[in-house]
Design a protein around this ligand. Structure first.
Ligand code: AMP
Length: 281
């Protein structure tokens, strides 16, 4: 496994790989590190479908708000490298901030996410978050020029906004959505779960349980969003819910669910930790 910390070394590798292997494919898995089985599922999806798999590990400052956990965000370089090497990753790219934002000491973004999709839900409480996400993802796409890039359905809004950017800008790659990986009790894996106590984890399990309750209600034939929300709220009782919405893939609220185009999104706080979960119907 090769490890690059500079954009120049990464570019040189990509140039050489593409000229020596013109028909081979490159897969990119962008992450912020503190890798867990959720990330690993993206890495495995890349390894089985691409000839060369590149994992980026970069805690991107432009997607964090001023009062968010940029400094506290878990950083586990050695463990991450071990996971990547054991999985069979070809390249890890782990740059310092100055490599990714060399000209931009103020860390301003030059690229904005479409407002209708980025000012709602996550974007409402985290203004500028998706501008930062798109800025770094587009930088990574331009550096790596992958055939495929792998993103988790866990960050549903992020995935939809990235898919829209790729469509709108005719970017020549395929975005591969990967299903949410959960622990054996159902909690969606997240690097931020590390902040939770044992009791917090118990509370957090209500989130996936509420989505299971919605699934069962859908299977009973319930279609009305309001009714489905009531089913979930009963299970979520006692949790600080930031939002519970039923939307289409443009993130607009819908009255009734429709197969293949409905997303049910929950964000709740447990012990001060924001936890995201969702169901793609
Ligand atoms: P992050 O390091 O949190 O930026 O996540 C990197 C990628 O891993 C994103 O595409 C996430 O959606 C994805 N991811 C994180 N947690 C999970 C999970 N539990 N299941 C599937 N994908 C995940």
């Amino acid at each position: 496994m090769q490890i690059f910390t500079t954009t120049q070394d990464l570019r040189d590798f990509i140039d050489q790989f593409k000229s020596q292997n013109p028909t081979k494919t490159i897969g990119l898995v962008p992450t912020m590190g503190a890798l867990h089985k959720g990330h690993l599922s993206l890495i495995e999806a890349s390894l089985v479908t691409c000839d060369c798999s590149i994992v980026s590990i970069f805690v991107n400052p432009t997607q964090f708000g001023e009062n968010e956990d940029f400094n506290q965000y878990p950083r586990k370089k050695e463990a991450d490298l071990h996971i990547c090497s054991k999985a069979g990753v070809n390249v890890v790219f782990m740059p310092e901030i100055a490599q990714m934002y060399p000209l931009d000491s103020a860390l301003q973004t030059t690229f904005n996410a479409p407002k209708a999709m980025s000012n709602v839900l996550e974007g409402k409480t985290r203004p500028g978050h998706f501008d930062g996400v798109l800025q770094v993802v587009l930088k990574l796409f331009n550096l790596v020029r992958p055939n495929k890039a792998f993103f988790g359905q866990k960050d549903a809004q992020q995935l939809l906004i990235i898919q829209k950017m790729v469509q709108d800008l005719f970017l020549p790659l395929e975005i591969v959505p990967c299903p949410i990986v959960r622990d054996k009790e159902g909690l969606a894996l997240s690097s931020r779960n590390a902040y939770l106590s044992a009791d917090g984890i118990k509370q957090a399990l209500k989130i996936s349980a509420s989505l299971n309750a919605i699934t069962k209600a859908i299977m009973r034939g319930v279609k009305e969003s309001q009714q489905l929300k009531e089913v979930a709220l009963e299970v979520l009782e006692g949790l600080e819910i930031e939002y519970l919405v039923i939307v289409n893939h443009s993130l607009q609220n819908i009255e009734q669910i429709h197969k293949n185009s409905t997303l049910i999104l929950i964000v709740a706080r447990v012990e001060g930790v924001r936890l995201l979960d969702n169901l793609w119907f």
